[in-house]
Design a protein around this ligand. Structure first.
Ligand SMILES: O=C(CO)[C@@H](O)[C@H](O)[C@H](O)[C@H](O)COP(=O)(O)O
Ligand SMILES: [Zn+2]
Length: 205
C-alpha cells in the first residue's frame, strides 16, 4: 500500500472538512436567505434554472432532479431545469453562435421575471455562465452565483453570491453540491413545513 496515496486521501478529506466547517459557519444565513427567495419564486409560479460547465454541469442536473422528483420530503414536483442537458440545443447554439451563448439563449427562451437562475462557476470567469447571468439580470430573473476563489467577474452579476474561499476546483465543487442539497431541503421547509415564515415575503412587491 502506498503511503503517498493514503496521505493524499487524508489531506483531501481534512482540507474538505476544514473548508466545510468554516464556510457553513459563515454562510448559513445566506444559504437560508437564498432558499427563501427560491421558495417565494416557486410559490408565485416561478421556476429554477441552472447552468455551469463540466462538474458544475453535473451539479446542475443533480440539483434540478431533486426539485423535479423529490428531496427528503414527499411533496409535489417543483419546476427546475438544468440548461446543461439537451444535446441538440447545446450543439445547435454552440455550432451556430458559439459556446459562449449556449446558456444565454436558453435563458432568453425560457426565463421569466421572478424566476431564479443558479449559475455555477468555480473560477467565476466562464464566458457562457457570465453571459447567462447578464441575460438573467436583463429579464429581472433572480441571480444566484456559486463560485470560488475571488468570485471573478461573476460577483457583480449575482443578487446572491455564494463564494467558497478556496482555489482548488474540486474542493469548491464539493461545497457547491452541499449548498445545492441544503437549498433543496430548505425550499421544501419553507414551502411545505413553515409556510407562515414565507407569508410576509410573498406579500412583498
Ligand atoms: O469537475 C471539474 C474539475 O473538478 C471540471 O470538469 C470543471 O468543472 C471544468 O474544467 C469547468 O470547465 C470549469 O469551469 P468553471 O468552474 O471555472 O466555470
Ligand atoms: Zn470535478
Amino acid at each position: 500500500m502506498s503511503q503517498e496515496a493514503i496521505d493524499r486521501v487524508l489531506a483531501h478529506s481534512q482540507a474538505g472538512c476544514r473548508l466545510r466547517e468554516t464556510f457553513f459557519q459563515a454562510k448559513a444565513t445566506l444559504v437560508a436567505d437564498i432558499a427563501r427567495a427560491m421558495a417565494v419564486s416557486l410559490a408565485r409560479g416561478g421556476k429554477i434554472l441552472l447552468c455551469g460547465n463540466g462538474g458544475s454541469a453535473a451539479d446542475c442536473q443533480h440539483i434540478a432532479a431533486e426539485f423535479v422528483n423529490r428531496f427528503k420530503l414527499e411533496r409535489p414536483p417543483l419546476p427546475a431545469l438544468a440548461l446543461t442537458t439537451d444535446s441538440s440545443i447545446l450543439t445547435a447554439i454552440g455550432n451556430d453562435y458559439g459556446f459562449e451563448q449556449v446558456f444565454l439563449k436558453q435563458v432568453q427562451a425560457l426565463g421569466r421575471p421572478g424566476d431564479v437562475l443558479v449559475a455555477i462557476s468555480t473560477s467565476g470567469g466562464s464566458p457562457n455562465v457570465l453571459a447567462a447571468l447578464r441575460a438573467a439580470k436583463e429579464r429581472e430573473i433572480v441571480t444566484v452565483g456559486f463560485t470560488g476563489a475571488s468570485g471573478g467577474a461573476m460577483l457583480p452579476l449575482c443578487d446572491y453570491p455564494v463564494l467558497v474561499p478556496e482555489k482548488i476546483t474540486a474542493l469548491i465543487q464539493e461545497i457547491h453540491i452541499a449548498v445545492g442539497h441544503l437549498l433543496c431541503e430548505l425550499v421544501d421547509y419553507y414551502l411545505f413545513e413553515a409556510v407562515s415564515e414565507l407569508t410576509p415575503y410573498l406579500n412583498e412587491a
